[in-house]
Design a protein around this ligand. Structure first.
Ligand SMILES: *Cc1c(COP(=O)(O)O)cnc(C)c1O
Length: 367
C-alpha cells in the first residue's frame, strides 16, 4: 500500500467549483494584489481568531518579520525563541539585527518551556516567540505572566495551529501579535505563498499595513522604509473558501490522530503525542517518538509510507546560527526530540486502512 505524507486531492474536489469561479472574477477584474477578497479574508480570519485586525502578507515568515519590524527592535535587543522549531521563527529576529536567544522545550508538548524561559530573560529581552508546534498551543498563561512582569511583547508563531484553542480561546489573540502561514501544506493552505499577522493592537496593525506595502500611507507618501510583502488576491479567494471547512477538517485530523493513538496504545517503543487538558491540538503534524528513528524512516519508506522529520537539527546547532556560539548539550530536550521525532502521514481525508497499514508497519519495525 502507498500512503502519501499529505494528499489534498479530496479537499480540492470539495472547493473546486467555488474557487474556480472566484478566480475567474479576479482574472476578469485584474485586481491581483490586495484586492477586495484580501480585505474580506483579513476580516474573516481575524474574526475566526477572535481578534480585531488581520494584515494579509505574502508568507508566514514575512508575517513574523513584519511583527518584529513593528516592534522597532535595535541591535543589542534580544528575542527569545524555542530551539526546536522551523528556522523562520529565528530568521525573522535576525533580519532586524536583534539577537536570537534560544530556550529549550518541554519534553511533553515540545513547546517552549516557561521555566527555562524565565531564567534567560534579561533587561535586553524585547520579545518572546512561542511556537505552537505541530498544532498544540504553548503554555500561554505562564508565558503571558512572565511577559507582563518584564514588559516583553509576545508574538505567537501560529503557523501550525490555525483553529487550536487554549483555555477555551482560539490561538491568534492569546499574545500581543500572532503570525500565521498559509503555505500550501499547512492546515489552512493557499495555492502558493501567503501569511497573516493578527492582532488586537490597532497601532501594530496600521504599522504592519504600511510595512507590507513600501511603508506607504497613501500612494506616493512613504512614512517608513517598508517592504513589498503583500497578499495576492487569488490566494485570498482560495483561503476564503477553505476557511469555511477549517473546523471540519481539524475535526477529521483529530479523528485520524485518535485512531493512530488507539492503534499504537501499549506499544512501548512508540511515544504518541500528549495533549494537555486545557488545550485542543489541531494536528497540523502527527509526530511520534521512536528510538533508531533514521532506520525506521528508511524502512517505512521501503514499505511505501511517506514520512518526514520535523525537525532533525535544532536551531542552536544549525550552521546558520554558529555565530551565536551554542554547542551540543546546551538544550538537551530539543536535542533528544530532534533525534527521536517522526512525522507520520496526516491529512483530513486519510483513510482508516492507511492509518492501520502505517501502524502495523511501525509496530513490526520496532518489535
Ligand atoms: C511554515 C512555518 C513558518 C513559515 O511560514 P512560511 O509561510 O513558509 O514562510 C514559520 N514558523 C513555523 C513554525 C512554520 O511551521
Amino acid at each position: 500500500m502507498n500512503v502519501p505524507f499529505i494528499d489534498f486531492t479530496e479537499q480540492y474536489q470539495l472547493i473546486k467549483d467555488e474557487v474556480n469561479s472566484g478566480l475567474k472574477t479576479v482574472f476578469e477584474k485584474a485586481n491581483f494584489i490586495l484586492g477586495k477578497e484580501v480585505v474580506d479574508f483579513e476580516n474573516q480570519f481575524a474574526r475566526y481568531c477572535d481578534a480585531k485586525y488581520g494584515v494579509g502578507v505574502n508568507s508566514g515568515t514575512d508575517a513574523l518579520y513584519l511583527a518584529m519590524a513593528a516592534l522597532n527592535l535595535e541591535p543589542g535587543d534580544e528575542v527569545i525563541v524555542p530551539s526546536f522549531t522551523f528556522i523562520a521563527t529565528a530568521l525573522c529576529v535576525s533580519y532586524t539585527g536583534a539577537t536570537v536567544v534560544f530556550a529549550d522545550i518541554e519534553d511533553e508538548t515540545y513547546n517552549i518551556d516557561p521555566v527555562k524561559l524565565s531564567k534567560i530573560i534579561t533587561k535586553k529581552t524585547k520579545a518572546i516567540i512561542p511556537v505552537h508546534i505541530y498544532g498544540q498551543p504553548s503554555n500561554m498563561k505562564e508565558i503571558m505572566i512572565l511577559a507582563k512582569k518584564n514588559k516583553i511583547t509576545v508574538v505567537e508563531d501560529a503557523a501550525q495551529a490555525h483553529g487550536a484553542t487554549y483555555q477555551g480561546k482560539r490561538v491568534g489573540a492569546l499574545g500581543d501579535i500572532s503570525c500565521f502561514s498559509f503555505y500550501p501544506t499547512k492546515s489552512l493552505g493557499a495555492f502558493g505563498d501567503a501569511g497573516m499577522l493578527v492582532t488586537n493592537d490597532e497601532k501594530i496593525a496600521r504599522t504592519a499595513e504600511m510595512l507590507r506595502d513600501y511603508g506607504r500611507s497613501s500612494r506616493y507618501d512613504h512614512k517608513v522604509k517598508g517592504y513589498n510583502s503583500r497578499m495576492d488576491t487569488i490566494q485570498a479567494v482560495v483561503l476564503l473558501e477553505k476557511l469555511k471547512h477549517l473546523d471540519g477538517w481539524n475535526k477529521m485530523r483529530n479523528d485520524a490522530a485518535a485512531y493512530y493513538c488507539q492503534l499504537l496504545k501499549g506499544v512501548k517503543a512508540v511515544t504518541t503525542p500528549t495533549i494537555k487538558s486545557d488545550r485542543t491540538h489541531v494536528f497540523q503534524t502527527f509526530a511520534v517518538r521512536v528510538k533508531n528513528r533514521d532506520k525506521v524512516v528508511e524502512s517505512l519508506k521501503k514499505k511505501g509510507i511517506s514520512v518526514l522529520v520535523h525537525y532533525p537539527i535544532p536551531l542552536h546547532l544549525q550552521e546558520a546560527y554558529a555565530d551565536l556560539g551554542y554547542k551540543r548539550g546546551d538544550f538537551p530536550v530539543s536535542e533528544k526530540i530532534s533525534n527521536e521525532i517522526l512525522s507520520l502521514p496526516m491529512y483530513p481525508h486519510i483513510k482508516k486502512e492507511q492509518i492501520e497499514y502505517v501502524c502495523d508497519s511501525l509496530k513490526e519495525l520496532v518489535k
